[in-house]
Structure formats: C-alpha cells, structure tokens
Design a protein around this ligand. Structure first.
Ligand code: NAD
Length: 351
C-alpha cells in the first residue's frame, strides 16, 4: 500500500503518518509545506524508517504535486494539509482560502489526472480521503448531535474554507467519478499539538506561571477526541469507507472549555505543584467573534459500519497529554519560542 499524506508534519497528519509507517507498514510519502504549524520534529520517531519519504511542497503548486503523484504512484491519498487555527482565520483569511480551497482544488485535479492514467482495477481500488472538521456544520444548541446529513452552516473563515473544500471533494466524486470519501471530525487533542491551541496553551502557560486565557465564560462545548483514535479512524475510512460518503468522527466526550481548563489545572497541581493552585491563573478574556456554542458528533455510522471505537476516554487521554508536554520540552520549546502569537488576540493576553 502506497499512501500520500498531505499535512503530515502537522498535529493530526503526523499521528496518521506515524501510525501508517510503524503500525501498518505502508509506504508513505508525506507532503508538507512546513508552515509555522508544521515541523519535522513531529516525525522524528520515524526518521530512520525506509518506508517513509518526505517532500516539502505547497499543495497549491500543481506541478510539484503532479510530479509527486506521477513518480510515487499512490494507491491512496489522505489529504490533511490545511490552515487550521480559527483565530488566525479571523485576522488573516487569505491563507485559509488559498490553502484550504485552492490547495484542495489542486490536490483533486492532480489526483484526477493521475487516476485517469490508471488501469481499471487500480482506478477502482484508488481512494482519496478528504479530511475535514465538524465546524462546517456550525453550532448546536443544548441538544442534538451533528450527523452526516446535518446541513452545512459554517461560522468562521476557517470553517467556511473547509466547507468549500468538502463541497469540491464531493463534486469531484460526483462529476468525475474520482473515488473520494470525506470525514468530519470533532476537536482533537494529544501529543505534538501546536502550542497555540487551547489544551497545549493551557498546559504550557500553567507550567510557566502565566495567565490561562479562556474565551468569555468558557461555557462553549467541544467534543474531544484523542488524536491517535482519529488516526485509526482515518485509516479505516480510507480502507473501507464507501465512495462518495461522509463519515463523522467523534469521541462522545463533550466538555465545556472551562472544565477542560480546570482539569488541566488539577493535573498540573498534582504533576507539577507550585505554591498556589494553577486555577488561580485563569483569566476570562473577550469572546471570539462568531464563537460557536456547542459541537458534538454522532459517530454511529463509523462505529456500526466500520467497527471503529475510540480507545481513549477524556480522563485518561488528557492525563497522557499533560504528561507528554511535561516530558517533551525538546519538541514544544522551539515552537513556543518561535511562533508569532503576538498578532493573535487570544495569545496577546498571555504576554
Ligand atoms: P495543523 O495546523 O497542525 O497541521 C497542518 C499541516 O498542514 C502543517 O504541517 C502545515 O505545514 C501543513 N500545510 C499548511 N498549508 C500547507 C500548504 N499550502 N501546502 C502543504 N502543506 C501545508 O492541523 P491539524 O490540526 O493537524 O489538522 C489537520 C487536518 O484535520 C486539517 O485539514 C483540519 O481541518 C482537520 N481537522 C482538525 C481538527 C483538530 O481538532 N485539529 C479536527 C477535525 C479536522
């Protein structure tokens, strides 16, 4: 099995690449531009593996991507490369439209050109998995879950750009017959998560005795999934998902943001005690514009059709994550020192 993974130097992509290379023994070509969010240190553990290759390229660069298809000759594509941070999409949407929309269009066109040159059997077996988010569905009220048929209603430039890319993927399947499957997943957490995202931000700020910024009252609800459970789900969907269909991925772990922050503080109190409880560092900051109230995924289809089950519950997963950050300063310190958090509203509050 030969798999192209885009965005494989990012948070979820690197978990996917590590899983495919180490657990599945697949031949993997990682394609990544190495933006501020991508780092090869996330792939350190597979740097000596003969079944992994890396190409630094922009997914908007049609000739580089086409050459990658034509020389690597994949059986499967897992497309994760994206601009992914909602706050950045609010202050600078252009990169999101470029990478998430134009980049996905470029990937689809390169895949289609390559696929058209294949023999009938290889054409049937080929799969393009387009990886997306539950944020395309907008916000839920107190009840209900997102299903695969929930209408799209994105709120942020990030989710609007991902929604656009999902529509392109669906259209390339219906119009050109390219064997595409789409997945929409809830919030991920775990090791190798870039320091600007909520959970690592809270862990690292707590470690450094800095304020722990929480948007508004912190009542917004997210459905958390451990990243390695997502990686297994994506492999399963690429392997056995029905062409033209969508699979929602979620861990049935709904938590209010403020409760997540308190849980991290409790773990830090135990694992890295300081004078006062870490929760004293919590600071409520002006809410994000267009902040969705609640996301929650109904993963029944993935569970019943493909037999997937999340292995990690939030309590065990969050403890593993906090411990990982405490033990892996070599990974996060260069990223934390180097990133341009100052231009982001939320991050400004920590400095
Ligand atoms: P991330 O920001 O950690 O990683 C994105 C990767 O894509 C980085 O390595 C970056 O260098 C690369 N990249 C960005 N622009 C590129 C370009 N133009 N060409 C090539 N590479 C480029 O993101 P993530 O959290 O790992 O998310 C991966 C995918 O999963 C995204 O498509 C995202 O929408 C989706 N997703 C994320 C979550 C989540 O909770 N993080 C949940 C559901 C879906």
């Amino acid at each position: 099995m030969r798999v192209i993974v885009t965005g494989g130097a990012g948070f979820i992509g690197s978990a996917v690449v590590r899983y495919l290379v180490l657990e599945k023994g697949y031949e993997v070509l990682t394609i990544d531009k190495l933006t501020y969010a991508g780092t090869l240190t996330s792939l350190d553990s597979i740097s000596n593996q003969a079944n992994h290759r890396f190409l630094q390229a922009d997914i908007c660069d049609r000739s580089a991507i086409q050459e990658a298809f034509d020389t690597f000759r994949p059986d499967r594509v897992m497309h994760l490369a994206a601009e992914s941070h909602v706050d950045r999409s609010i202050t600078g949407a252009a990169d999101f439209v470029q990478t998430n929309v134009i980049g996905t269009f470029t990937m689809l066109e390169a895949a289609r050109a390559y696929w058209n040159t294949q023999e009938a059997d290889a054409k049937d077996a080929f799969r393009f998995l387009h990886v997306s988010t539950d944020e395309v569905y907008g916000s839920l009220g107190d009840d209900g879950l997102f299903t695969e048929t929930t209408p799209y209603d994105p709120s942020s430039p990030y989710s609007a750009s991902k929604a656009s890319s999902d529509h392109l993927a669906k259209a390339w399947q219906r119009t050109y017959g390219l064997p595409i499957v789409v997945s929409n997943c809830s919030n991920n957490y775990g090791p190798y998560h870039f320091p600007e995202k909520l959970i690592p931000l809270i862990i690292l700020n707590a470690m450094h005795g800095k304020k722990l910024p929480v948007y508004g009252s912190g009542a917004n609800i997210r459905d958390w999934l451990y990243v390695e459970d997502h990686a297994r789900a994506l492999d399963l969907i690429a392997e056995r998902g029905q062409v033209g269909e969508t699979y929602n991925v979620g861990g049935r772990n709904e938590r209010r943001n403020i409760d997540v922050v308190h849980r991290v503080c409790e773990l830090m109190d135990t694992l890295r005690p300081q004078g006062a409880p870490h929760a004293k560092l919590i600071e409520h900051v002006t809410d994000r514009p267009g902040h969705d109230a609640r996301y929650a995924i109904d993963a029944t289809r993935l569970e019943t059709e493909l037999g997937w089950k999340a292995l990690e519950n939030f309590d065990t997963g969050i403890e593993k994550t906090v411990r990982w950050y405490l033990e892996n300063e070599w990974w996060w310190k260069p990223l934390r020192d180097g990133y341009d958090g100052g231009r982001l509203g939320l991050l400004q509050t920590q400095t």
